[in-house]
Design a protein around this ligand. Structure first.
Ligand SMILES: [Zn+2]
Length: 161
């Protein structure tokens, strides 16, 4: 164990950088889906965020979970990402930090339900960021929700009459 403690916004954050670095599981294997690949590709150019995570021993491509929300379902619309990273250690309280081009919060398992295999004490770093679509392939859009489909059907019926 080589613990270090830092203080951010009056929260005490104690973590084991080396152990966090070597924490590898099926859960935090880089995901191959288009949403995740778009996230990694954006983040790899965000030196501030990559370094922020690396200071805790976190590899940006090793999130436990990445949740994308398409903010417009159009070619140019941004995608909001929440990415959950596990860190070996503990925090004295839940905090959020806003940087110039990303936001992160530090949370604990009691309010974040994400699969993991960590056996030591741990906390989450959650990245919250809006990103453009930058992959060199056709963008896939989420399926219309059931309700939207029903409304579309209703409109068709309505027009016909
Ligand atoms: Zn994915």
């Amino acid at each position: 164990m080589s613990l270090q403690t830092i203080e951010i916004n009056s929260a005490k954050i104690t973590f084991d950088k080396e152990k966090t670095k070597t924490y590898r599981t099926e859960y935090n294997k880089p995901c191959d889906c288009q949403d995740c690949r778009n996230y990694y590709k954006n983040i790899e150019n965000n030196v501030g965020l990559v370094n922020f995570l690396a200071d805790f021993g976190v590899d940006y491509s090793r999130a436990e979970e990445i949740m994308p929300v398409d903010l417009g379902n159009e070619k140019e619309s941004l995608i909001n990402y929440s990415a959950y990273y596990c860190v070996v250690g503990s925090i004295s309280k839940v905090i959020s930090i806003k940087k110039e081009d990303f936001s992160v919060s530090f949370g604990v398992s009691s309010n974040i339900n994400v699969g993991h295999e960590i056996t030591d004490d741990y906390f989450f770093i959650v990245v919250d960021i809006d990103l453009p679509y930058i992959l060199d392939e056709e963008r896939e859009f989420p399926q219309l929700s059931f309700i939207e489909k029903c409304i579309d059907k209703f409109k068709l019926v309505f027009k016909r009459n």
